[in-house]
Design a protein around this ligand. Structure first.
Ligand code: 5GP
Ligand code: SF4
Ligand code: MG
Length: 455
C-alpha cells in the first residue's frame, strides 16, 4: 500500500490526488482520500486504480479542505471489497477519525477478538481497524497519549497517517519495516510512503521518518516525538529490490542506485560468459545496468514491456498470471537471435515470469539463456505487508536452485547471496534490514499466523 498526508495547505486534496497517482505502483485495488476543514471530516474512496476509484465530482467536493490523507490499496488473499478500501472514516460523538495504514499487523486478530468479546463491532476484515478501536477505548484526556498507548499495543509493520478535525498524526512502527518520508511544500508539511510523491507535487524531501517516531501536526505547528523508546531498524529489503519506484530515495539514495549495486554484486558472484545482458523491464533494468558495468558484457534491450498491462503478481490464479506475463513481455528477436543471453530479474516468486522469459527468448533464437537474480532465493512468506502469502506459492521454499533452473528451462541460474545484498544496503547507510523472506529470521514475532493479509 501507499499512504500520503498533508496538513494546512489550500490545495490539500488536489495534492493528495497527485501524490497518490505517483504511488499507484504500491497498490491498484482501491484508493481513497479523507479531508478535514477543521470542523468535520469528509471522505471518498473506490475500487481499482485511482482514476477509476475517485470521480471528478468527488474530488471537487473536497477542494476547499486544507488537511488531507490518502491511500492506495494493495490487497491479497480475500477482502477485496469496498469496505476494506482506505482511508477509513470512523464516526463518533467525541469526534471523527480518518485512518490509513501501510503494512501488516501481526497481532490484529488477537486484539480484535479481545475487543469483540468486550462488545466492539468491526466494519471491515482489515487488520488496520483495530487501531481506531484502541484509540477510542483509551480513557486518557490527552489525545496524543491515547494514540501513543494504542500504538504500543500493536505488533507488526505499520506506517499510519491519522487525521481528525484539527490534527494529523504520523506514526511508524519501532522496526521501521515500511518506508515513510517527511516532506514540505509551501510551508506545509507532508508525509508519503515514497519520495516520488514529493517530486510529483513539487515538495521538498526533508528526511526519512525514524522507527518508533510519532509526529503531530496541528494549528500550533509540528511536534516530533516517539511513541516508544524501542527502535530496531528493519526496513523491508523488498522495497529496495522490487517494490519502491526507481526514482524514490531512501536516506537520499535512489532505489535505482541501490538496484544497480545489487546487479554489480551479482556480476561478481555469477561466473558466466555471454554476449549480451538484458534486464526484465522495468524493475530490473537498473540491476542489469550494474551487471553490465561490472562484467563488461554489453546491455541490450532484449525484452519489451507493454506498459498498459498491470503488474503480473496482482492477477489472481496461475493461468491468469501466465496470460498476463505473455501480454506484458515480448522479446526483440534480432537482438537475441544467435546470442548467449544473461537475463537479470529482481526476484523469482512463483517462477511464472522466468519460465516464460526463458521459453520466449529461446523461441526468438537465443543460443543460451542464463538467469541472474539480483536478490537471494525467496523462500518464506512475508507477514509484514508484501504479498508473498503462502509457502506453497513460493518456488524456492520447496525447490533447490538446480531444481528451479531445470523447471524454468534456463542454461544456468544464479541468485545473489544474502551477504552481498546486506553489504550493498550497508554501503548506503542502512541501519538494519529485514530479510525474513530470504532467511526465515523474522524480526517481529508472528503472533497471529492466519491473519487476513491486509496491506
Ligand atoms: P514470479 O513470476 O516468479 O511469480 O514473480 C517474480 C516477478 O514478479 C519478478 O519479475 C518481479 O519483478 C515481479 N513481482 C511483481 N510483484 C512482486 C512482488 O510483490 N514481490 C516480488 N518479489 N516480485 C514481484
Ligand atoms: Fe520485506 Fe521480506 Fe521482510 Fe516482508 S519478509 S518485510 S518482504 S524483507
Ligand atoms: Mg520484474
Amino acid at each position: 500500500c501507499g499512504v500520503f498526508g498533508i496538513f494546512n495547505h489550500p490545495q490539500a486534496s488536489e495534492l493528495t490526488y497527485i501524490a497518490l497517482h505517483s504511488l499507484q505502483h504500491r497498490g491498484q485495488e482501491g484508493a481513497g482520500i479523507v479531508c478535514s476543514n477543521g470542523e468535520f471530516l469528509f471522505g471518498a474512496r473506490g475500487m481499482g486504480l485511482l482514476t477509476e476509484a475517485l470521480t471528478k465530482e468527488q474530488l471537487m467536493s473536497l477542494e476547499t479542505f486544507p488537511h488531507s490523507i490518502g491511500h492506495v490499496r494493495y490487497a491479497t488473499t480475500g477482502g477485496s471489497e469496498l469496505s476494506n478500501v482506505q482511508p477509513f472514516l470512523f464516526k463518533s460523538h467525541k469526534g471523527d477519525l480518518g485512518l490509513a495504514h501501510n503494512g501488516n499487523l501481526v497481532n490484529a486478530l488477537s486484539i480484535r477478538e479481545a475487543l469483540e468479546d468486550d462488545g466492539a463491532i468491526f466494519q471491515t476484515s482489515s487488520d488496520s481497524e483495530v487501531l481506531a478501536h484502541l484509540i477510542r477505548k483509551n480513557k486518557s484526556a490527552d489525545k496524543k497519549q491515547r494514540i501513543k498507548t494504542a500504538l504500543r499495543q500493536l505488533k507488526g509493520a505499520f506506517a499510519f497517517v491519522i487525521l481528525d478535525e484539527d490534527s494529523l498524526t504520523i506514526a511508524l512502527d519501532d522496526h521501521g519495516v515500511r518506508p515513510l518520508m517527511l516532506g514540505m511544500i509551501d510551508d506545509a508539511y507532508c508525509v508519503a510512503s515514497e519520495t516520488c510523491a514529493f517530486t510529483a507535487i513539487g515538495a521538498e524531501y526533508i528526511r526519512d521518518i525514524e522507527p518508533g517516531e510519532l509526529i503531530t501536526l496541528n494549528e500550533q505547528g509540528i511536534e516530533f516525538d516517539h511513541y516508544t523508546d524501542v527502535s530496531k531498524p528493519n526496513l523491508c529489503s523488498m522495497e529496495y529490490i522490487y517494490f519502491a519506484r526507481a526514482d524514490s530515495e531512501f536516506r537520499n539514495t535512489s532505489t535505482y542506485t541501490i538496484r544497480k549495486s545489487l546487479g554489480q554484486q551479482l556480476a561478481r558472484e555469477m561466473d558466466v560468459d555471454a554476449d549480451i545482458v538484458i534486464g526484465v523491464p522495468d524493475s530490473s533494468l537498473a540491476a542489469a545496468k550494474g551487471f553490465s558495468e561490472a562484467s563488461g558484457i554489453p546491455q541490450e534491450q532484449g525484452l519489451i514491456k507493454n506498459r498498459y498491462v498491470g503488474r503480473t503478481f496482482i492477477s489472481k490464479g496461475q493461468e491468469a498470471r501466465e496470460r498476463a506475463v505473455r501480454m506484458k513481455l515480448s522479446p526483440v528477436r534480432d537482438v537475441v537471435e544467435g546470442k548467449r543471453v544473461i537475463v537479470i530479474d529482481d526476484s523469482i516468486v512463483r517462477g511464472t515470469t522466468s519460465r516464460f522469459i526463458v521459453k520466449a527468448l529461446k523461441k526468438a533464437g537465443a543460443k543460451e539463456v542464463h538467469m541472474g537474480v539480483s536478490s537471494p532465493p525467496l523462500k518464506n512468506p512475508c507477514f509484514y505487508g508484501i504479498d508473498v502469502s503462502t509457502h506453497a506459492e513460493i518456488i524456492a521454499s520447496t525447490k533447490s536452485t538446480e531444481e528451479i533452473r531445470d523447471e524454468i528451462g534456463a542454461d544456468s541460474l544464479k541468485y545473489l547471496s544474502v551477504g552481498a545484498m546486506h553489504n550493498v544496503y550497508h554501503s548506503y547507510g542502512s541501519k538494519g534490514q529485514c530479510d525474513a523472506c530470504f532467511t526465515g529470521n523474522y524480526p517481529i514475532e508472528i503472533i497471529d499466523r492466519l491473519l487476513p493479509q491486509e496491506k
